[in-house]
Design a protein around this ligand. Structure first.
Ligand SMILES: [Zn+2]
Length: 247
């Protein structure tokens, strides 16, 4: 019953979307990785993207004006990982902040002696626990081109990972998945990737297990054959987790 009411409510939001279906298809056409979707998958993705834009506020930073096209491009790419999972996987937070380009951010790290190190770091995106997703538009624009880099997928996969607490490379499992198997395969992959960089996979994934699944998810959706080649068992886990098989 609750599901039925929700469906009706969501259908109303979709029917009242301010953007034409044609405009959604046009934006989708320019995102190369979406070309492998079937017609019905693409329609489902567009519906999810409409619901995402209804639920989350997208704001420009540093004077960046957010256009309709930018909103649609971000929403379509953001919803690809949850195409078969549903929007509730992005619950618990409400805003997306977009910078014109990569930006500098103050960082603070406490070392093992308790000394705090302040610094500046160049970033193209961030995802905060229960807070916003932050993206650089210049990086979003270049995402989706099947080169293995996709800042939107990267940051939104951190959000999936954060559904059960801090990002640690261990998101909530799907029904039927074995958490111990996930941990074992990911730990093995992480240990290997730290010592054996792979062509086509950003070495940033060696930072920690949370970055590894974010980086490998970019590759899974952008260049699935590269992930299948490098880590077939991780590829298989991701098929089960995302309930999609890009190959
Ligand atoms: Zn990251």
């Amino acid at each position: 019953m609750l599901d039925k009411i929700k469906d009706w409510h969501q259908q109303r939001i979709i029917d009242n979307s301010p953007y034409s279906l044609e405009s959604w298809h046009k934006v989708a056409q320019d995102i190369d990785i979406l070309n492998r979707l079937t017609q019905s998958e693409l329609e489902q993705l567009i519906e999810l993207a409409i619901l995402l834009l209804h639920e989350k506020k997208i704001q420009g930073a540093q004077g960046l004006e957010i256009t309709q096209r930018m909103k649609q491009s971000i929403a379509l790419q953001a919803c690809l990982p949850i195409l078969n999972l549903g929007l509730e996987w992005y619950k618990g937070w409400s805003s997306i902040i977009v910078y014109p380009g990569s930006y500098f951010t103050k960082t603070s790290r406490t070392d093992e002696f308790g000394i705090v190190h302040e610094g500046h770091q160049h970033r193209s995106g961030e995802a905060w626990l229960r807070g916003p997703v932050i993206l650089s538009w210049r990086d979003v624009k270049h995402a989706g081109a099947r080169d293995g880099n996709n800042v939107v997928i990267h940051e939104f996969v951190h959000k999936l990972d954060m559904l059960n607490g801090r990002a640690n490379g261990f998101p909530p499992m799907q029904k039927g998945m074995n958490p111990a198997q996930w941990t074992q395969i990911m730990e093995k992959g992480f240990a290997d990737f730290q010592h054996n960089p792979k062509a086509g996979i950003n070495s940033y994934g060696a930072t920690n297990p949370a970055e590894l699944i974010a980086v490998l998810s970019e590759v899974f959706f952008e260049r699935p054959e590269v992930l299948q080649d490098a880590y077939p068992d991780i590829y298989q886990l991701m098929v089960e987790f995302f309930k999609q098989n890009p190959l």
